[in-house]
Design a protein around this ligand. Sequence first.
Ligand SMILES: *Cc1c(COP(=O)(O)O)cnc(C)c1O
Length: 367
Amino acid sequence: MIKFLDLLQVNLAHQQEIEERMLKTFRSGWYLLGNEVKGFEQNLAKYIGIKHAIGVANGLDALRLIFKTYIELGIMQPGDEVIVPANTYIASILAITDNNLTPVFVEPDIETYNIDLNKIEQAVTLKTKAVMIVHLYGQAVFSDGLKALAQQHNLKIIEDNAQAIGAEYKGTKTGNLGDAAGFSFYPGKNLGALGDAGAVTTNDDALAQTIRTLANYGSEEKYVNKYQGLNSRLDEIQAAVLDVKLKYLDAENDRRREIAKYYIDNINHPDIILPLYPADENAHVWHLFVIRTKERNRLQQYLAWNDIQTLIHYPTPPAKQEAYAEYNHLTFAVTEQIHEEVLSLPISPVLTDDEVKTIVNTLNTYK
Ligand SMILES: *Cc1c(COP(=O)(O)O)cnc(C)c1O
């Protein structure tokens, strides 16, 4: 069977180094807010090319904390609007609504699945305070026009970089394109921990300092609480694992690119729409390889019969979830079409050439 993602193999690729660092952390007797987190934060900031990286408990918290901090700093207020793609994982939206901000959904571009940059301006109102871009499936979405629009309307650009660590826009890494970015190190992400983990990156000193404080009970000094904070810290042991794996991220993203290129060059079927390989190959780190087809469930069944595991990212858009009943009446034609047609093929640094060929041959003989 070809698994959608063989996480054990992904981590076994660095088994010895990971085990040594975990053991060292265990034996240090220091498990939170220590040298492992500090070291990983420095290495992550350096990798992204940014001033600050702050380790937090998970990707959703990274995004929630960014908005919570802007509210504490008086830059945003409950009821303000945040422009966000209608086609995303629900965490992007939860981070907004958890802070009593209002999501304003914008349709994606059918060719990239990312927010349609041409539709952002028409969604701006007097209440808009931010645009959250989501580098979906691992592909960077940005433009100089977006930056100019944000400046013109005094909007913050917040990146949901959960899926795209390592991707670049014109030589700048995602996570360093806007005002602040949230990262997820959920085990299945391109840089995955052995459990939950996340980070915020920013060049803004005040934002960084306040996020750090809010993530630690709103406290800068033990038992002195400046804000009503959260407990959202990155564990030392997860930081140790991430620090080992960060060194191999570029090589692993390159392997993903190689597989994506092979799929695109060799899958040839009239019923299957392939993603586009971007002109700047650094713009995509292929967290997911997502195809589209009209009879998606039939294709998924066929692949399952042939021992190939696939997943759907995602079957239901956030605005159509029961959790967001207040938005269920809205229609997003492009988003809904995407959710009905997408299917994610296996892609990971440990997928073998033979497995990739088997997947291609199986797809090409689909009837
Ligand atoms: C994974 C993911 C998140 C949330 O990350 P967690 O670490 O699971 O909380 C947020 N946004 C997107 C687009 C994601 O894919």
